[in-house]
Each structure stands twice: as structure tokens, then as C-alpha cells.
Design a protein around this ligand. Structure first.
Ligand code: SAM
Length: 239
């Protein structure tokens, strides 16, 4: 099956329309990933088909979580080469997006992608989540904080939940088995002001992959002591 059809089917399954101009943007983005990956370490996934399935379609599948379709703004923590934030933005041009990463080379790449694709209402920022979460215009300012492949549930909760408004959501994109991680992260989620609301299993077209979206609702303000200073969450996770 050609890439357009594959992505079109995946999008339709999530109730999304997939116009040609969106596809064109994905293809430019894919080619930029391959080109930049030769000088900057962006991703271990470098084959066209794998990029389409494991990066693009996997990111788009987050729209299975309904509130993502009508939230106003979103922050992607530890976005790396732009996942899931760039695909989410291409699919919903009206969504306000902030991409955050602690590696400046990746942020430079993201700025190039934003320019080349002509995306408006998106910015890439360089720094640690623990530092930005203490700034007034970031803390508790987002409808959704989302993250893929950055840390386990306890650590990730400390990096993401402080950014979410009361009533908003933290979406953790996880692999096939999440039960143990969720049990270990439950206490951290609660301490940080969240409540695990749902776990949504998603499949990726034309693969055997099954991933999970862990949905955490923000039910109260994050205590001021969190996040602790950069690196502490990873060294001493809340247990
Ligand atoms: N989310 C992308 C994906 O799924 O392909 C990238 C995942 S990569 C394994 C993890 C990324 O998180 C890296 O780019 C790293 O620089 C970033 N990162 C790790 N800890 C971070 C922190 N505390 N604040 C901001 N970015 C962080």
C-alpha cells in the first residue's frame, strides 16, 4: 500500500480528514529527518516506511483521545525530532503547540521544520521541563501536556503534570504493557494533582504494534515544590 493510502486509512479510523496538503507536509518532514539525521542524532528510525508508521501514524493515533480534537493548546515534553507534536500540528493547524526539548541541536532542527512547512502557532523551545514548569507563562497554562519515550510514569508525571491547567489532561504515550508502570506511578500522579482516568489501546496500521495512551486528568493544583530541581525526578522518583 502506498504511504498516502496508509496514512489516509489511519486518519479516517480516528475520524480525521487527510488532505493532500497535509500529506505533502509529512513527506517534506520525513525527508528533512533523513537529511538531518546524517549530521545530528535525531532518531534511530530512518527507513521511509518505519518513519511513516512508527513516528507519523503512531503520533496521529493520539487523536483517539477525543479531547485532543478540540483543546486549544498543547505542550510536547521531550519532543526530540518532533514526536508527537509536529504530526499533531500538521493534522490540526489551529492547535497552539509548544515543543520542548533539552537538546539544542534537536530544537534547531524543529525550527527549520516549522519554517519549511510554514507552520503558524507553534514554537520550539530549548530547556528542561523542570525549569520551564516554574515559569508563570508555562505553569498550569496548557489544556494538554503530552509525551512519548521520555521517562517512566512517575518521572514523566513530575515533568508534565505541572504544565496542565486544572481540568486539562496529561497524555503519556506508552508501549504495549503499562500495568506495572502505572502501579508504580500512581502515587506520583496523585501527589502532582492528577487522577488516572483511562487507558486507551491503539493499533498501528499494517503492523502488529499495540500502544497505550495513559490519560491523566488534572484535578487539583500541583504543589509548589514540584517539579523539583532538574534531574531530581529521575534520581529520586516519587514512590
Ligand atoms: N518524544 C520523542 C519521540 O518519541 O521520538 C523523543 C524521545 S527521546 C528518547 C527523549 C527526548 O527527551 C530527548 O530528545 C531528550 O533530549 C528529551 N528530554 C529528556 N529529559 C528532558 C527534560 N527533563 N526536559 C526536556 N527534554 C527532555
Amino acid at each position: 500500500m502506498d504511504f498516502y493510502n496508509l496514512m489516509n486509512i489511519a486518519c479516517h479510523k480516528e475520524g480525521l480528514t487527510f488532505e493532500r496538503d497535509k500529506y505533502d507536509k509529512f513527506i517534506i518532514y520525513k525527508d528533512m529527518i533523513k537529511e538531518w539525521n546524517e549530521k545530528v542524532n535525531l532518531t534511530a528510525i530512518t527507513e521511509d516506511e518505519e518513519i511513516i508508521k512508527k513516528h507519523f501514524i503512531d503520533s496521529i493515533k493520539s487523536y483517539r483521545f477525543e479531547p485532543l480534537n478540540n483543546c486549544r493548546n498543547l505542550i510536547d515534553i521531550g519532543t526530540g525530532a518532533g514526536f508527537p507534536g509536529i504530526p499533531l500540528k500538521i493534522m490540526r493547524p489551529d492547535l497552539e503547540v509548544v515543543l520542548l526539548d533539552s537538546l539544542n541541536k534537536r530544537v534547531n532542527f524543529l525550527n527549520e521544520v516549522i519554517n519549511r512547512l510554514g507552520l503558524i502557532g507553534i514554537k520550539a523551545i530549548h530547556g528542561r521541563a523542570e525549569d520551564f514548569a516554574r515559569e508563570n507563562n508555562y505553569r498550569e497554562n496548557f489544556d494538554v501536556a503530552i509525551s512519548r519515550a521520555v521517562a517512566n510514569m512517575s518521572v514523566l508525571s513530575e515533568l508534565c503534570i505541572p504544565f496542565v491547567k486544572n481540568g486539562g489532561y496529561f497524555v503519556a504515550m506508552k508501549g504495549p504493557s503499562v500495568d506495572e508502570e502505572i502501579n508504580e506511578g500512581k502515587k506520583a500522579v496523585e501527589i502532582l494533582g492528577g487522577s488516572i482516568e483511562n487507558i486507551i489501546e491503539v493499533d498501528i496500521e499494517d503492523t502488529d504494534l499495540k500502544h497505550n495512551l495513559v490519560i491523566v486528568k488534572k484535578v487539583k493544583a500541583t504543589p509548589k515544590v514540584y517539579p523539583r530541581k532538574a534531574g531530581t525526578a529521575a534520581k529520586k522518583p516519587i514512590k
